[in-house]
Design a protein around this ligand. Structure first.
Ligand code: TRP
Length: 426
């Protein structure tokens, strides 16, 4: 199998914003265009239920995020693009993995710990107040998302790194307990796109209410850009481009020349109002074509639904055979199932070198001799070692006579091992 399988998901609780676009969707689409890329992108709608109990919002967000990926040019023939809830193998795998995951691992999850801390800080008596089992165990669902497709790389924000590590832990536990079925995934974090500033200069994030929706109308875009915080520098006063949210947003969409030109304008003291006007004009020009496609798609949900269902079919073609193997490995099998045993045993034997076989045999002999080591020591310490060794073997041969079948086998093994051990004296 290739090792360039990339998978990522977006939780369907909000409207895609410029931070999602630059930080996740744009790099993912670009990576999926590489010739040997194998991409799995999905709408994490089961994840939405963890933090949002507003059905209209979840449904709307699912439409918006689906339309966004498509409007930005995702090639659904090349990438596998699907909705999590269209792949029932994922929740089924979640349960198997839940049984491979220690509760302690989940106790350490940042999201859960943050909620417990908030309860403690709020003086709540019950530290688990308001925390659902969904929130508590959601890293396991996320592990299933990833392991179900044996993804190697998972592009995520910094806050998600711990979840990828947990997915590795859980995969390792399964592989060790049952069978090596899962690839251990790795997080891929792009430092540069971690720093997309929002309207107030902090990281752009739904939770700070400082986002710019990617496909808002041109007028709305202007209004939001006008809300960007600036300092009190007058027109004509030189301004520091690098600490300005206006410049940073401009820069993230600009090529080298455009970016250098804007930087000069800042040095030359462009007025904040003019800088905002230019940012609006620039972003509006960049976004107007995909925005038009987005609006078309939002008015043609039948087409989007059809693409998602096709994607789910592709995803299930990957997921179902792996889930079958998982179930079989864990002992969930048709009653008539017969393991391909002979073949397996032979394969295993073939894999062992003569040295390995000898080492295993020697280990077995040592284990048998351990309880009679004192007898061997006594032979080694005797004046006439030959006579002592012969006497011990004779004694054991005689013991053997009076034994029942099972005990006899054991004694025979012991006798064989002793003969070899004492051969030096005999
Ligand atoms: N939990 C992720 C987030 O909040 C979204 C997500 C769900 C995800 N499943 C995933 C990301 C699997 C990568 C891989 O951002």
């Amino acid at each position: 199998m290739s090792n360039n399988r990339v998978l990522t998901g977006i939780t369907t609780t909000g409207t895609p914003h410029i931070g999602n676009y630059l930080g996740a969707i744009k790099p993912a689409i670009e990576a999926s265009q590489q010739p040997n890329a194998e991409s799995f992108f999905f709408l994490a709608d089961y994840h939405a239920l963890i933090k949002c109990h507003d059905p209209e919002r979840v449904a709307r967000s699912t439409q918006e995020i689906a339309a966004t990926w498509l409007a930005l040019g995702l090639d659904t023939d090349k990438a596998t693009f699907y909705r999590q809830t269209d792949v029932p193998e994922i929740p089924e795998l979640t349960w198997v993995l839940t049984c491979m995951c220690s509760k302690g691992l989940m106790n350490r999850a940042h999201a859960y710990k943050a909620s417990v801390d908030a309860n403690r800080d709020g003086g709540k008596e019950d530290l688990d107040d308001g925390i659902t089992m969904g929130l508590f165990s959601y890293p396991i669902l996320m592990a299933a998302d990833i392991l179900m497709f044996n993804a190697h790389k998972v592009p995520v924000g910094k806050d998600q790194i711990q979840h990828i590590e947990m997915a590795r832990d859980i995969a390792g536990k399964f592989n060790h307990t049952y069978n090596e079925l899962f690839v251990l995934p790795e997080a891929q974090v792009d430092e540069e796109t971690q720093l997309i500033p929002g309207l107030d200069g902090r990281k752009m994030s739904k939770s700070y209410d400082n986002t710019i929706p990617l496909f808002c109308s041109s007028d709305e875009l202007r209004t939001l850009i006008n809300r960007i915080k600036t300092d009190l520098r007058e027109p004509g006063e030189s301004k520091d481009a690098d600490t300005s949210t206006i410049f940073q947003l401009y820069n993230l969409f600009a090529n080298t020349d455009e970016s250098a030109a804007m930087r000069r304008e800042f040095e030359n003291g462009i007025a904040w109002g003019e800088a905002k006007r230019q940012l609006h004009e620039f972003l509006d020009a960049k976004l107007s074509a995909p925005r038009a496609r987005y609006n078309e798609l939002m008015n043609d949900m039948g087409a989007v639904e059809a693409l998602l269902l096709k994607g789910a079919e592709k995803a299930r073609a990957e997921a179902a055979p792996l889930l079958d193997q998982v179930r079989i490995a864990a002992g969930i099998r048709p009653l008539t199932y017969v393991a391909p045993k002979a073949e397996k045993a032979e394969e295993k034997k073939k894999e062992l070198t003569p040295e390995e076989i000898a080492r295993i045999e020697e280990g077995r002999r040592r284990a048998i001799l351990r309880p009679v080591q004192h007898l061997i020591d006594a032979v080694a310490a005797a004046d006439d070692k030959g006579a002592a060794a012969a006497a011990l073997i004779a004694q054991k041969e005689q013991d053997l006579e009076g034994l029942k079948k099972k005990a006899k086998q054991k004694a025979e093994n012991e006798l064989d091992a002793l003969r070899i051990e004492l051969a030096q004296y005999l």
